[in-house]
Design a protein around this ligand. Structure first.
Ligand code: HEC
Length: 292
């Protein structure tokens, strides 16, 4: 087998092993990073929702105080504006369509916000102090695996204006939402949780893109190195050795006036050329003596 073929086979095996090991490690690392990034994004969404909540109760609600004597406007409710805002984000951006934001509540004013089983488990875990806030988790859904972040929602004294008893709440609000739900909350009580869910596929798709670019460039760099190695090998070894062996061939077939071996470099091949040149001289000398 030719030297170049042997070297390239060895390089091929080495590169394949190297790329395989790098791919296994980097894919795992990139997926973990993408997951962590998604959790950070989810935390930011929750903070956004909290900011909108605060803005609504400090800036918008006071403007509607007179209005709610006649007609209750949900626009003054912080929960409503936070939910609307995140709904808006989802509707305006196709890539965020599968993001979900919930204010899952055990005893909600609006039944649409009632915590379902797994959400109740989270709210109860917060109530029992079993988990720290924010809580990170994963769950399987019919639409694929979802990553979620949850943060407890606590009632304070200002909330009790509407969430204490139906008698104390604005009459227009009770007229709109009824007197059965969303009352009886206590100051300091965890009444629900903000939960942001993001599909795992969103994280994995990002990791996959980075992975492809990374492995693609690694393969590119290795191929370029292999090409350079081939060139060097040909230039430094194969070419001079082929020259020497062709000459040696001619001399071994009795062509004693073939040109002498040229020492073209100071390396081992140069030494070989010098040694063969001396050998040739001895050979020529011996032949001449035999002929004499
Ligand atoms: C002006 C009355 C009012 C005040 C004050 C108020 N809420 Fe509400 N809250 C409502 C109404 C009405 C809804 C239902 C909105 C809807 O979805 O239409 C609601 C909804 C919620 C929800 C969603 C679950 C549910 O009950 O439907 C949460 C959580 C919530 N409020 C928490 C709070 C907290 C915490 C505070 C205090 C920081 C607070 N609310 C202050 C009236 C009020």
């Amino acid at each position: 087998m030719k030297l170049l073929v042997k070297v390239n086979l060895a390089l091929g095996v080495l590169f394949a092993l190297g790329i395989g090991a790098t791919a296994a490690v980097s894919r795992d690392l990139l997926q973990r990073n993408a997951r962590a990034e998604v959790y950070e994004n989810a935390k930011l969404l929750i903070e956004n929702a909290l900011a909108v909540r605060r803005y609504t109760s400090t800036h918008i609600a006071p403007l509607l105080e007179t209005q709610i004597k006649y007609d209750f406007r949900p626009e003054m409710v912080s929960a409503y504006s936070a939910l609307e805002l995140l709904k808006n984000v989802r509707e305006a951006n196709a890539e965020y369509r599968q993001f979900q934001y919930r204010e899952a509540t055990l005893n909600p004013t609006n039944p649409a916000n009632r915590a379902v089983q797994w959400e109740s488990d989270i709210v109860n875990a917060f109530r029992n102090g079993a988990v720290a806030s924010p809580m990170f988790g994963e769950r399987d859904t019919p639409n694929g695996r979802m990553l979620y972040v949850a943060k407890p929602l606590k009632a304070d004294s200002a909330c009790l204006r509407c969430h204490d008893t139906a008698e104390n709440a604005p009459t227009t609000m009770v007229a709109k939402y009824g007197s059965a739900n969303g009352f009886g909350w206590k100051v300091g009580e965890i009444i629900g949780a903000q939960i942001v869910q993001i599909p795992e596929s969103f994280a994995l798709a990002r990791a996959e893109t980075t992975f492809r670019v990374f492995i693609g460039s690694l393969v590119g760099v290795l191929l370029a190195m292999a090409l350079m190695l081939n060139g060097l090998l040909w230039w430094l070894c194969i070419r001079p050795i082929t020259r020497i062996s062709t000459l040696a061939d001619r001399i071994s077939l009795g062509e004693i006036d073939a040109p002498d071996f040229q020492r073209a470099s100071r390396d081992e091949i140069g030494q070989l050329a010098s040694a063969l040149s001396r050998l040739r001289q001895s050979l020529v000398h011996a032949i001449r003596m035999l002929e004499a």
